[in-house]
Design a protein around this ligand. Structure first.
Ligand code: CA
Length: 381
């Protein structure tokens, strides 16, 4: 079981021997060159965007056509003989904060003297606009960022002054990313139930985070340089159609959200995540424990009339379950650095390699493996 059988068929961008980038579909451990197989010009392109812009009817027809080609034995290249690239040209990037367990843990760690959730949290999916230009593909090294770091103690009366230097609290956030294919018109809203008309598929996503930079800068306008140095996504984009069997009920929402955020019963994806540090699994966050659904995030993102563009990417926010072994960040796993986990770990060290792995029920009765997301920490420059 590779997790990349006929029921999956994710899309990516590849090249052979330094040649032109082109769109391919992964089947088992091979890549099918879609331009060679179909002759369609949108597949001879350095990103999926031209294909994504064609909309859901073309996505559906193409998936059927590719499944047919694979079944009849289309030519393909071994995965080991191709180079894989960033699959989409990222238009706008938004990151949400949709896990109640994560938000409450962070609240307790950053604001121990206050209620863990702020008053707005159960009324809207909290999010921020991130930096599209620093979304990188799995396998790209992450250079340890430098910046203003929160000082950990006060030596004199008054607030402590920050110091400058490489982050000492470099972290991951295990997330799921949603890729928008079909755009929307400026001034219009995308309703809750129009999700599949705009969203093409999902990617694995690691929102690298420098906690000391973040802690100092985030009030009052939210994350900035503590996040914008790098966000990694998987090589492969899993189409929503491959996740038809993965939809499940999310926990009940109380209070009931405003009507534009959909009916009371919300649905999410039954995706299991593994956080792997230097080859050892350190956490298993379950996506089915998220509070806000993907449909609600998209409805909220556009409720003010903001338009969608092909290639927009929105992240779920860190996926953390209720149990200690289900936390999707080192900040939570080490409880703010106070409770080392594993072999005495708190935050990331130079040379560490993190892999995020994802699996979900497939339509064929087994499980599919979404594209994993890896990254190694390079020393500060
Ligand atoms: Ca995040």
């Amino acid at each position: 079981m590779s997790g990349f059988g006929i029921d999956h068929l994710p899309y990516g961008v590849f090249s052979v021997d330094g040649g032109e980038r082109r769109v391919g579909v992964r089947f088992e451990n091979t890549v099918v060159d879609l331009h060679a197989a179909t002759g369609r010009p949108e597949f001879l392109a350095p990103s999926l965007n031209a294909f994504l812009a064609l909309g859901p009817e073309v996505w559906r027809q193409t998936r059927e056509e590719v499944a047919g080609l694979v079944e009849t034995g289309v030519a393909s290249s071994p995965l080991a003989e191709v180079a894989l690239h960033l699959p989409i040209e990222v238009a706008d990037y938004v990151d949400f904060y949709a896990s109640e367990h994560h938000a409450a843990n962070v609240g307790r760690i950053f604001r121990p003297d206050q209620q863990p959730l702020l008053p707005n949290w159960k009324h809207l999916p909290v999010g921020y606009h991130g930096r599209a230009g620093t979304v990188v593909v799995s396998g790209t090294d992450v250079v340890r960022p430098s910046g203003q770091r929160a000082s950990t103690g006060s030596t004199t009366a008054g607030p402590p002054a920050p110091t400058y230097g490489p982050s000492r609290r470099l972290d991951i956030e295990a997330e799921l990313g949603f890729v928008v294919g079909a755009p929307s018109e400026l001034g219009s809203r995308v309703p809750y139930d129009a999700f599949a008309e705009h969203v093409f598929g999902v990617v694995g996503l690691n929102d690298w985070s420098a906690r000391d930079i973040q802690a100092w800068e985030y009030v009052p306008l939210g994350p900035f340089l503590g996040k914008s140095f790098a966000t990694s996504i998987s090589h492969w984009v899993t189409p929503l159609a491959a996740l038809d069997a993965a939809w499940c009920a999310l926990p009940d929402q109380d209070p009931t959200p405003l009507p534009y955020l959909g009916p009371g019963r919300v649905r999410g994806l039954d995706i299991d995540v593994e956080v792997v540090l230097n080859g050892e699994v350190v956490s298993r966050p379950p996506y089915r424990t998220m509070y806000w659904s993907p449909q609600q995030m998209l409805a909220h993102l556009t409720v003010n009339g903001a338009s969608l563009r092909t290639g927009d990417l929105f992240g779920s926010g860190t996926i953390s379950g209720p149990e200690a072994g289900e936390r999707g960040s080192f900040l939570e796993l080490s409880w703010g650095g106070q409770e080392p986990f594993g072999d005495g770990r708190t935050f990331l060290e130079d040379g560490d390699e993190v892999a995020l792995r994802y699996s979900a029920p497939g339509t064929g009765g087994g499980r599919i493996s979404l594209g994993d997301v890896t990254g190694r920490i390079a020393p500060a420059r």
